[in-house]
Design a protein around this ligand. Sequence first.
Ligand code: F3S
Ligand code: F3S
Length: 111
Amino acid sequence: MTFVVTSACIDVKDAACVGECPVDCIYEGDRKLYIHPGECIDCGACETACPVEAIMNAKLVPAAEIEFIADEERFFHTVLPGRNTPVGDPGGAGRLGPVRADTPFVAGYGR
Ligand code: F3S
Ligand code: F3S
């Protein structure tokens, strides 16, 4: 399992987590950030950095937030609205830059 960015990040995007990740696997979407499930090495450094406690170990995500586990996967491996190809496995968020899109789940969350 991996670490997951949950609802508290939406429209907050504090970004303190980004600088803590040793493998640069926290990617910027439009309304929130997303952890790449295949690139995360489960170190936990990002979890304590987030001031709104949005980042959780996937094994400990409460029921109300459980959809965010599958949604991190969708961000990378489905074609997001407004894009032609999946984000895929870029191997580093800094290399890719902001994605400027969200999954439909996050785009519509709370609206
Ligand atoms: Fe979001 Fe927290 Fe990072 S608000 S951008 S998960 S520091
Ligand atoms: Fe990165 Fe470690 Fe978090 S690999 S996403 S800082 S758990």
